[in-house]
Ligand binder design. Structure first.
Ligand SMILES: Nc1ncnc2c1ncn2[C@@H]1O[C@H](COP(=O)(O)OP(=O)(O)OP(=O)(O)O)[C@@H](O)[C@H]1O
Ligand SMILES: [Mg+2]
Length: 239
């Protein structure tokens, strides 16, 4: 469904990504792990056509090469992006924040409405008339994901969805991510710092180190290989 082939990316003259190749299949939950500054957000910015960075190489989405398309054109094709800084509207209510997420669909099926989003995130229903600025970090994360769903994505890119959340709330967010996948067989591609707890939630795993993919495989392999886990936890260590 989404495939990167030998993507090299640059901020000005500095090369950030080196021959990054990866693919996310329909209905799959894939994770890209890596420590701070390795190029996780840059990978997403390339996919979304955000500039900077510029990139060389190919990014295919449903057989179409995305190189040269504008971010809004890419989003309209069904790629939903939940950025690291959440970007909710502080002065709008939860309900309005969600409605803003609706998109004009380009040859795509309408899947999500407010009630369905509230089914995944019952908390948002309770908070529907509160302002964005009044929400906790976990609630804001749910709201950004909910708003993205309102645009009926076929695949969702989540940039560190559990960053700054307490472990139990992070767990909640992951359970909701699985519910989203199950509701409409939506693909999920998330980037995170490595955590062994996440291995149970994902179907496929990539690890990035200094702009290069250094692991591409089943989460099960990492689960049973403690040596590898130790190495990855080293990678996942905070700066
Ligand atoms: N706008 C920019 N201009 C120049 N360099 C940048 C820019 N944005 C990021 N970089 C550099 O590119 C590298 C990769 O950054 P990126 O944001 O992709 O990392 P990340 O893996 O998402 O890190 P984090 O876990 O901190 O979010 C870093 O060295 C960063 O300093
Ligand atoms: Mg980042």
């Amino acid at each position: 469904m989404l495939e990167l082939k030998n993507v090299n990316s640059f901020y000005e003259a500095a090369q950030i990504l080196f021959d990054v190749s990866l693919r996310i299949n329909k209905g799959e939950v894939a994770a890209l792990f890596g420590r701070n500054g390795v190029g996780k957000t840059t990978t997403f910015r390339c996919i979304m056509g955000l500039n900077p960075p510029r990139y060389q190489g190919d990014i295919f989405y449903q057989q179409e090469n995305l190189q040269g398309l504008q971010p809004f054109q890419i989003a309209r094709r069904g790629i939903g992006f939940v950025p690291e800084d959440r970007q909710i509207f502080p002065n709008l209510t939860v309900r309005r924040n969600l409605i803003v997420g609706r998109k004009t669909l380009k040859d795509r099926e309408k899947k999500w409405d407010l009630e369905q989003v509230y089914e995944i995130f019952p908390k948002l229903k309770l908070l529907e008339n509160k302002l964005g600025s009044q929400l906790s970090g976990g609630e804001q994360q749910m709201l950004t994901i909910g708003r993205t769903l309102m645009g009926d994505p076929e695949i969702i890119l989540l940039d560190e969805p559990t960053e700054g959340l307490a472990p139990l709330i992070a767990q909640d967010v992951f359970n909701m991510i699985l519910k989203i996948r199950n509701a409409h067989n939506t693909s999920i591609f998330l980037v995170e710092q490595f955590s062994p707890h996440l291995l149970d939630f994902i179907d496929h795993c990539y690890v990035m180190e200094r702009g290069r993919i250094v692991y591409d495989g089943e989460p099960q392999t990492i689960k049973t290989d403690l040596g590898l886990q130790k190495q990855l936890l080293g990678i996942g260590a905070k700066k």
